[in-house]
Design a protein around this ligand. Structure first.
Ligand code: SAM
Ligand code: SF4
Length: 441
C-alpha cells in the first residue's frame, strides 16, 4: 500500500512541476513515506531524518532550499511530535490527507511548519490525478489498484485501525476507470489492494454493493488483463463467493496470501482474530477444492504476550499441516495504544528470537520444497523486465516466483509457457516452450 501511495504522490506532484530523482542530492523535496507497523520501522525514520537534517543544513549554507516531508502511518500516529523531535521537518502528512500536499507545500514555502492528519478517504481519491501513459509504462506491466482502505478489526497487536482509520471501499466505477487506464497503457497484471481487501463492499452506480468476488469477475472480462491478484485478506472475510472465484475466474492467480498469525486458538483469541486454527484450515480445504493447485502464503507473529511453548508448537503444527509457498514472519512488537502493549506478560526478547528462528527455518524449508517441486513442470510466466544477463528476460510464475529464461526483450508484457529446469534459492530458471494461454483466458 505504501508503494501505491508513493506513486500517487509522485503523480500529484508531477502536476505541480516536480520530477522524480533517484539521487537524494538532487532533491529539492524529500518525502519519507513511513510505516508504523513495528517499532523498528518507526525508529528507522528518525535516524533517516537525522541524516536529511544534516544535508538540509549543508544546502542552506550554499543558499539552496530543501523541504522534508514525513508521510504515512508514523506521520498519522505521531503528528506534531515529529515536528518537535526533528526541527528540520517541514510537513507531516497522514496517509488519508496526502492529496493536500500541493497546498501544504505552498504554505511550507512561506516558512510554516504544518501537520495534516485528517481522515478524508473519499476526498483523497477524488483529488488525486491519474498518471500519464508514459508514467504507467515506466512503472512496468504489473500495477496495484487500491480498492479498500482502513480496518475495523482491532487485532490487539495492530496499529492499522488507528493510523489508517475505519474500513472504506472505493466505488466500483472509480476502480474500473483506474484499472482501464492502466490496462490501456500496457499493464497486464492488476493486484487489488487493501488492508482487508476481502472486506471490500463498494457501491456501483445504482447504489448496489459489490463484493470482491464480483469485482474480480468483472475485471476478469476486461480485455488486456492477463492476471488478477488481491492482497491482503483476513480469514473472517474469506467468503465462499471469493473462494469460488478461484475456480470460475481463469485470470485469478492460484496464490492466496492469508495471514493467520498463530496456530494456537488461545493466542488467536487473545489477538482478537475472531477465528480458530480449524477455521483457517477449513478455508484452505475449500480453496483447494475450488482450485487444486492453489498455493498459500501467510503472516506469522511469534512471542505475542502470554504465548507458551505449547502455543508456539501449535503454530509449527499448523504450518506443517498447510505447507506454505512463502511467508512473512515477525517478532511481536508492542505498539503504543494497542491492548497487546498493555499486557504484563510480555515475552522475553531472547525467547522471541529463538521462536522466530525455528519458525523461519521451517517456512524456508517449505519455500525451497515448493520451488523444487516446480522443476520439470511447465508453467505460465508473465515477463516483466530484462534479466540480469544479456539475452535474458525475467518474469513471475502464477505463484509469485521469479523466473529467468533466454528470450527476446519484445516478450516483456507477454505471458508464455516455460519449462522449469532448475530452482535456485530465490528464483527459477526455465526454457520457453510456447505462447501463453492466460492472456486469452
Ligand atoms: N490486515 C492483514 C491481516 O489481518 O492479517 C495484515 C495487515 S498488517 C499491515 C501486516 C502484518 O504485520 C500482519 O499480518 C502481522 O503479521 C504484522 N504485524 C502487525 N502488527 C504487528 C506487531 N505489533 N508486531 C509484529 N508484527 C505485526
Ligand atoms: Fe491489523 Fe489486519 Fe488486524 Fe486490521 S485485520 S487490525 S490490519 S492485523
Amino acid at each position: 500500500m505504501n508503494v501505491y501511495d508513493a506513486t500517487r504522490m509522485a503523480d500529484l506532484l508531477g502536476r505541480e512541476g516536480y520530477a522524480e530523482t533517484a539521487e537524494e542530492a538532487d532533491a529539492d523535496l524529500v518525502i519519507l513515506n513511513t510505516c508504523h507497523i513495528r517499532e523498528r520501522a518507526a525508529e528507522k525514520i528518525y535516524s533517516e531524518l537525522g541524516k536529511l537534517a544534516l544535508e538540509k543544513r549543508a544546502r542552506a549554507a550554499e543558499g539552496r532550499d530543501m523541504k522534508i516531508v514525513v508521510a504515512g502511518c508514523v506521520a498519522q500516529a505521531e503528528g506534531e511530535e515529529v515536528l518537535k523531535r526533528q526541527r528540520a521537518v517541514d510537513l507531516v502528512v497522514g496517509p488519508q490527507s496526502y492529496h493536500r500536499l500541493p497546498d501544504l507545500l505552498k504554505q511550507a514555502k512561506q516558512g510554516r511548519r504544518l501537520t495534516d492528519t485528517e481522515f478524508d478517504v473519499d476526498e483523497k481519491f477524488d483529488a488525486l490525478p491519474q498518471p500519464s501513459r508514459a508514467q504507467i509504462r515506466a512503472r512496468g506491466v504489473s500495477a496495484f489498484v487500491t480498492v479498500q482502505e482502513g480496518c475495523d478489526k482491532f487485532c490487539s497487536f495492530c496499529v492499522v485501525p488507528y493510523t489508517r482509520g475505519a474500513e472504506v471501499s472505493r466505488p466500483v466505477a472509480d476502480i474500473l476507470a483506474e484499472t482501464q487506464r492502466l490496462v490501456d497503457a500496457g499493464v497486464r497484471e492488476i493486484t487489488l489492494i487493501g488492508q482487508n481487501v476481502n472486506a471490500y463492499r463498494g457501491p456501483d452506480d445504482k447504489g448496489q454493493e459489490w463484493s470482491l468476488a464480483r469485482l474480480l469477475a468483472h475485471l476478469g472480462e476486461m480485455e488486456g488483463i492477463a492476471r488478477l491478484r488481491y492482497t491482503t485478506s483476513h480469514p473472517v472475510d474469506m467468503a465462499q463467493d471469493l473462494i469460488d472465484a478461484h475456480e470460475s475466474i481463469g485470470k485469478l492467480m492460484p496464490y492466496v496470501h492469508l495471514p493467520v498469525q498463530s496456530g494456537s486458538d488461545r493466542v488467536l483469541k487473545a489477538m482478537n482474530r475472531r477465528h480458530t486454527g480449524a477455521d483457517f484450515l477449513d478455508i484452505i480445504r475449500r480453496l483447494r477444492l475450488a482450485r487444486p493447485d492453489v498455493a498459500m502464503s501467510s503472516d506469522f507473529i511469534v512471542g505475542f504476550p502470554g504465548e507458551t511453548d505449547a502455543d508456539f508448537a501449535d503454530t509449527l503444527a499448523l504450518i506443517r499441516e498447510v505447507g506454505f509457498a512463502a511467508s512473512f514472519s515477525f517478532k511481536y512488537s508492542p505498539r503504543p495504544g494497542t491492548p497487546g502493549a498493555e499486557r504484563t506478560d510480555q515475552i522475553d526478547e531472547e525467547v522471541k528470537r529463538e521462536r522466530l528462528a525455528a519458525l523461519q527455518s521451517l517456512l524456508e524449508e517449505q519455500r525451497q520444497a515448493f520451488n523444487a517441486a516446480t522443476v520439470g513442470k511447465t508453467i505460465e510466466v508473465l515477463f516483466e523486465k530484462p534479466g540480469r544477463h544479456e539475452g535474458q528476460i525475467a518474469g513471475k510464475s502464477p505463484y509469485m516466483q521469479p523466473v529467468h529464461v533466454s528470450g527476446p526483450a519484445d516478450m516483456i508484457g507477454e505471458t508464455a509457457r516455460v519449462a522449469i529446469v532448475a530452482a535456485g534459492s530465490n528464483s527459477l530458471a526455465g526454457r520457453l516452450v510456447g505462447k501463453g494461454e492466460e492472456a486469452k483466458a
